[in-house]
Design a protein around this ligand. Sequence first.
Ligand code: ATP
Ligand code: MG
Length: 342
Amino acid sequence: TDLKNADLRNLAELGQGNGGSVMKVEHVPSGMVMAKKIVLIDAKPSVRKQILRELQIMHSCKSPYIVSSYGAFLAEPNICICMEFMDKGSFDGIYKKIGAIDIEVVRQVAHAVLEGLMYLYDVHRIIHRDIKPSNILCNSLGEIKLCDFGVSGELINSIAHTFVGTSIYMSPERIQGAEYSVKSDVWSLGISLIELALGRFPFSDPSDSDDENYSDLEGDPTQPSPAPSPAHSDLAKTAKLASSPDSGRTARRHSRRKSKGVSLDGGGMTMSIIELMHQIVKEPAPRLGPEGRFEKAAEEFVDACLEKDPERRKAPKDLLAYEWMVQAAQSTFDLKEWAGTF
Ligand code: ATP
Ligand code: MG
């Protein structure tokens, strides 16, 4: 590709993730605005070249549900990936800004993600591997697209010394060491959908939930609560930081760290992540609730995504045949108008 750093002018920082940062840039020769992802990699020159080759696949991904790629280049010691700029940002940012997302929009997110996963797998044999709200983007045309899919095995290996791929959206089978499959992405979609619909991360603090799967993590100050064990209160804090839509910038900054993979030596978060992983494996899957708040077809769909046994969990193609998704495809809901409200 003929993209190079010298032709790019920084406009703003869009966000920081585990492996690097994303800048809004202008490609000066063409006047085109792009998002430039800068990934710090720890790899030999031969591996870097291999990564660049692998990233070329991104270039050939053409789908209305996938963020377009304009090319990638080396800018030692980083790899830069230039992609379509999505001006409404990612869905984690959106719900942290406007609160719980209208279920009709959540339905459209589900539909777009399934279509995107189908495209990646059927056409390119790619498994996404990192479905979560921060990798689902929106623009003011009301388009919903996936980014940051696992095109490059070498890149995944080279994002040094972090728990790449270890995230709170990980399926029970992945936590237990199974290979990735497209069904692991389906689990992550289910978790993401609940997070958007509730406006917070769906795992509850095990120390204060009885039968109520959706206990308020903020707690009710008028109600005495049983003293949580240290590990549990740590989890409560983690989950709360990840989810609270109104806890301001500090919390948001922490939540950004938290929804990252969390490095082993990263300090206090490690224990709570392990607690959470344990909960994902041992406890019943979270559900879209509370009972009666959402239509049955929506509950059934999310339940299907969050089937704990990967053998029984549905693949994207089968999920697109669910009533809730068939309705999504026929919906006249105006996403463009919605995207204009924030
Ligand atoms: P992780 O590193 O764990 O994947 P992340 O997805 O939040 O976490 P990045 O992928 O580095 O981290 O992205 C950082 C932020 O940049 C995202 O949360 C998103 O808001 C923003 N962003 C990424 N790509 C684009 C894009 N193409 N257009 C607009 N904003 C983007
Ligand atoms: Mg990302």
